[in-house]
Design a protein around this ligand. Structure first.
Ligand code: FNR
Length: 360
């Protein structure tokens, strides 16, 4: 039994105890052999921090800017689906925690609250994550709803033309619980002009032909900046810069899509170098410690996004749990910065870490 949790991994254990096995496995699991899922965390352990001593660290400033918005720390909430499986009020609660922590939440396309519900419960900066439907008119409606409801950026997830094979879900015969109105389980329900059962339809209607040239179309239907999430190579980073997106999220979907995709922290620098400072690069996958955040920043990320730990906090302790998860990471990052001689986020440089490839 875990008592009062002292780190993010202990929140995972609390969530495991709090949730039905089917839902816990849905959140925690990865694709196939779960190699990428595990590597995301393992790869962090192979990176060492090169501290500087005798620096004035009497004050540590974690605050930073993301797309021009000032936030309390370079730690954002990644888009993850179906928070109502973890908490009866779902994403609305997560969003309140994000606002309390002065950070940004990216609401998932497969949110279990509508984007309006989340908007009205959270006065902080919010992003909206999207997959594109075959029916472009429905995608356009959804994008317009996000914009109308004050979402500040569109996160286009590019690594999921098909859904990865998560064997735990297959074994558990994972199904969504019957709600009074199942359509409301997915935010996309309300993009329907006639109230038809879009939720069921949408699963079959994700546009697997959507490609680079279609980003131009997306940018014609919104004024929101577009971030591409799910890149892992310099080749794609260069394309992203070329099509004019506002930023990149280096991500392998937390190991839930392509198994044996590399751990994200091992390819971050490749992407950062290809981008050459032209657009910001964000990062997610396996961040469980303040030292992980520090390493990602040192390798060039402007901020990190956190997926599963947020859900674990939500499942274990509701809004307070999400706040605790974020606060723990912030506290750990602050301590890491103090012990490494970095009083502010911009003081964290490439020379503060040593990767596997480098000799001492
Ligand atoms: C995700 N992720 C995700 N990404 C996305 O763009 N849209 C989505 O709807 C979801 N849904 C989702 C559900 C669950 C249960 C998980 C765990 C993840 C991926 C997510 O945004 C992020 O890339 C990873 O979660 C980051 O890895 P960590 O922090 O979970 O290790």
């Amino acid at each position: 039994m875990v008592g009062e949790p002292v780190n993010l991994n202990e929140f995972q254990e609390l969530a495991r105890q709090a949730l039905p096995k089917m839902y816990y496995d849905f959140y925690a699991g990865g694709a196939e052999d779960q190699y990428t899922l595990e590597e995301n965390m393992e790869a962090f352990r192979r990176i060492m921090i090169r501290p500087r001593v005798l620096v004035d660290v009497s004050r540590i400033d974690l605050s930073t800017y993301v797309l021009g918005y000032n936030i309390s720390a370079p730690i954002l909430i990644a888009p993850t689906s179906l928070h109502k499986l973890a908490h009866p009020e779902g994403e609305v609660v997560t969003a309140r925690a994000a606002a309390a922590c002065k950070t940004i939440m990216a609401l998932s396309f497969t949110s279990s609250c509508t984007l309006e519900e989340v908007a009205s419960s959270c006065n902080a900066v919010r992003f909206f994550q999207i997959y594109v439907y075959k029916r472009r008119d429905l995608s356009a409606l959804l994008v317009q709803r996000a914009e109308r409801n004050g979402y500040k950026a569109l996160v286009l997830t590019a690594d999921s033309p098909r859904v990865g094979r998560k064997e735990a879900d297959i074994k558990n015969k994972m199904t969504l619980p019957k709600l009074k109105n199942t359509e409301r389980f997915l935010s996309l329900e309300a993009s329907s002009d006639n109230g038809s059962n879009l939720a069921a339809v949408a699963k079959e209607t994700k546009d697997a032909s959507f490609c680079w040239k279609d980003i131009e179309w997306l940018s014609t239907i919104t004024n929101m900046p577009i971030l591409i999430k799910g890149l892992l190579t310099r080749e794609d980073a260069i394309k992203a810069v070329k099509v004019g997106v506002a930023g990149i999220v280096v991500s392998n979907h937390g190991g839930r899509q392509l198994d044996y995709a590399p751990a994200t922290i091992t390819v971050l620098e490749e992407v950062v170098q290809a981008v050459g400072g032209r657009i910001p690069v964000f990062f997610d996958g396996g961040v469980r410690r303040g030292t992980d955040v520090f390493k990602a920043l040192a390798l060039g990320a402007q901020a990190v996004l956190i997926g599963r730990p947020i859900i674990y906090g939500l499942a274990a302790k509701g809004e307070y749990g999400v706040r605790q998860v974020i606060q723990m990471l912030k506290d750990e990052l602050e301590l890491t910065m103090a012990l490494s001689g970095c009083p502010s986020v911009k003081d964290i440089t490439r020379r503060h870490v040593r990767t596997e490839r480098e000799r001492l």
